[in-house]
Write a new protein. Structure first.
Length: 359
């Protein structure tokens, strides 16, 4: 919005020219989202406590979690507010991609919010049914997949990290592929969100990497030089990713061990869905499996554990799934697990950046 209001004034004062630069608006977007989270956080925590919107802890998990009973949840609402306000302020609103990504994050946030509210209202751990959640997630992802596939300038080609000249064409299958990526990313972040700071940290890193790739993909010269797919207008998604980085850092301030609030499904489903959608829009779908390796590992641990559990009628591969519970059961302190997962995530983020040259 500020671009439309202030950039035209550059003819009277040259300083307003700065609003033209995506890099400037990215930084402002990140700072705005961080400050919104940071400033509103304490009031939100107090309000949630007053409304008694606190986490219901399952009694079949690691014992250390029982102490978390009643920690204010649904902090994701504040994350979504910070990201949306900051994106609306700093991104160009004449970009269809900006509206598409805002639709995605808010639609997935709505699914999560329904789930959270049901859990809280019934005061048990049952939220939306798995089937209901999946149907809504598929509907949201279909909108993104169809928009991208039918939008002029887009097609069903994929980009593969490390291979600059390999672009398999999925045709209409691309829409299905988009659904798998977005729904998969949303659920993987949701599964990862089980320890203080565990989901927010890798989300900051993944969003930061996609900020770089969105910027590059939107820049015709740089995209050509680096031989990545040029996606006109995707630079504005870098502003959105900047807002994601800022909001998640602000959330981490309060979610760091011992957490003063959890994000809830309203946060985890939305952040994961948004990361999947950005990956689809800028045609860096497989990169998400690298930079979001922690999310992939957590989701795979659940698939393997549940599959093996059913096949063997009760045997387990891990002491408990998702993976982070395995280390808790082994006696590692929560903070140690979280920081080590962050380290893995940072290394994967660097590898993802390196794919720009290793191709
Ligand atoms: C939700 N939610 C956390 C919080 C957060 C198929 C099965 C493996 C699914 C899985 C599952 O339901 N996962 C998704 C995970 C919950 O956190 C809330 O949920 C939101 C995210 N969706 O924002 O609102 C708990 O996680 C802890 N937490 C923190 N700090 C945070 O910042 O400590 C969350 C955020 C919170 C809090 O304790 O209450 C969750 O874990 O429930 N199910 C599981 O994860 C269960 N695993 C399981 O049953 N494994 C089995 C196999 C055979 C399926 C096994 O390995 O034997 C575990 N989860 C729990 N207890 N709580 C195990 C039992």
């Amino acid at each position: 919005m500020l671009y439309h209001l202030l950039y035209p004034l550059h003819t009277t004062f040259i300083g307003f020219n700065v609003f033209r630069y995506i890099t400037f608006r990215c930084i402002c977007g990140a700072v705005t989202a961080f400050l919104l989270m940071f400033v509103l956080g304490p009031a939100f925590i107090r309000a949630m406590k007053r409304l008694q919107i606190g986490q219901v802890i399952r009694d079949d998990g690691p014992e250390t979690h029982l102490a978390k009973q009643g920690v204010p949840t649904m902090g994701g609402m504040l994350i979504l507010l910070a990201i949306s306000v900051s994106t609306l302020l700093w991104a160009r609103l004449d970009s269809g991609l900006v509206w598409l990504i805002l639709f995605t994050i808010l639609f997935y946030g709505m699914i999560g919010a329904i789930d959270d509210l049901r859990k809280i209202r019934k005061n048990n751990s049952k939220g939306l049914s798995a089937r209901g959640k999946m149907i809504l997630q598929v509907i949201g992802a279909s909108v993104v997949g169809l928009y991208i596939f039918l939008h002029p300038g887009f097609d069903g080609h994929l980009s593969l990290p490390f291979f600059k000249n390999v672009h398999p064409d999925l045709g209409w299958g691309y829409v299905i592929f988009a659904i798998v990526v977005i729904v998969g990313a949303s659920n993987a972040v949701n599964l990862t969100d089980g320890l203080d700071g565990l989901a927010a940290g890798p989300t900051v890193i993944t969003a930061a990497v996609y900020l770089v790739f969105s910027y590059l993909a939107g820049h015709v010269v740089l995209a050509g030089y680096l031989q990545i797919t040029h996606v006109p207008g995707s630079g504005e998604l870098a502003v959105f990713c900047g807002a994601m980085v800022g909001a998640c850092l602000g959330f981490l301030w309060y979610n760091a061990y011992p957490a003063q609030m959890f994000m809830g499904d309203v946060g985890s489903l939305a952040l994961g869905g948004a990361l999947g959608a950005v990956a689809i829009i800028i045609k860096q779908e497989f990169l998400l499996a690298i930079v979001g390796g922690v999310f992939v590992m957590e989701a795979l641990s659940v698939i393997m554990q549940v599959g093996y559990f059913k096949m063997t009628k009760g045997k387990r591969i891990f002491l408990m799934a998702p993976f982070h519970h395995h280390y808790e059961k082994k006696g590692w302190h929560e903070s140690k697990i979280v920081v080590r997962f962050w380290i893995v995530s940072i290394l994967l983020g660097l590898l993802a950046i390196a794919t720009l040259k290793l191709r």
